[in-house]
Design a binder for this molecule. Sequence first.
Ligand SMILES: C[S@@+](CC[C@H](N)C(=O)[O-])C[C@H]1O[C@@H](n2cnc3c(N)ncnc32)[C@H](O)[C@@H]1O
Length: 274
Amino acid sequence: MVDDAQGAQGAQIDAVMTKVLASGKYRQILPNLVRAIVRRELAAGRTPKEADKATRSKLHQVAASYLGGRMWYDAWLAESVAARQESEEALRRALREVMGRHASTRERLPVLDAFYATTLEGIEPPRSVLDVACGLNPLAIPWMPLAPGARYTACDVFRDLMAFLEPVMGLLGVRGIAAWRDVVGDPPDDEVDLALLLKAIPCLEQLDTKAGRRLLDELNARHLLVSFTVASLGGRDRGMIAHYDAHMRALTAERPWRVKRFLFETELVFLVRK
Ligand SMILES: C[S@@+](CC[C@H](N)C(=O)[O-])C[C@H]1O[C@@H](n2cnc3c(N)ncnc32)[C@H](O)[C@@H]1O
């Protein structure tokens, strides 16, 4: 009986998941993440139709909503290759343009020149970086004070994004690894000098309220660069700053870590030394 019930539930999960993955908007998303969300929605008593709707809405919220429409990865790769042959300045210009196509990196563009130079100033140039829920942030590698030939592992849930990032990172002087991975259900355990959790915690906490705390505690990194958006239409949002300051204090309470705080026009950043 139990096997039958589990089999029926498994078939229902598969059916909803297949429908969600068939839609153009979610086709590139990691099936394991889709499965985890569908399973939870069905387990909460939703009908398959309701679970389908709730899953799409969650995937939009945590991933698809950040993308600026159609992503022209092949063209962007070709443009980046050509720009690199032209000059360092042309390459940076091309990378900035592409970063404008993901809401998170777009918001960082106005402060990009100072962002990594300021926040990473006090530490040894990292030889290994783990970019958790990376979006298009690996394109900012030329702005990061990394050790020559550093290893850079980037994780996100879009297959086509990861297929683009791997060759792009090769252009940027790092040993790049693009991992198509759900960092909530399957957290990375790479040992690294620096892990980036940029604007990732509030997003991942929408999938699992404990995700932020777990990643901070368990990522195998000497330093963590953690950030939160504080940009609103009218500029910096004081309420958001207070909210994320308090959230970060709660996440790091009773941990023997050193935490440095930086406030940029669009982003509140913490460098954590574990
Ligand atoms: C707010 S954006 C931050 C992007 C990047 N860190 C930055 O600051 O530019 C959140 C990113 O998390 C990714 N994401 C959402 N859920 C994820 C998961 N379970 N595992 C890995 N990445 C995920 C989304 O695709 C999106 O690119």
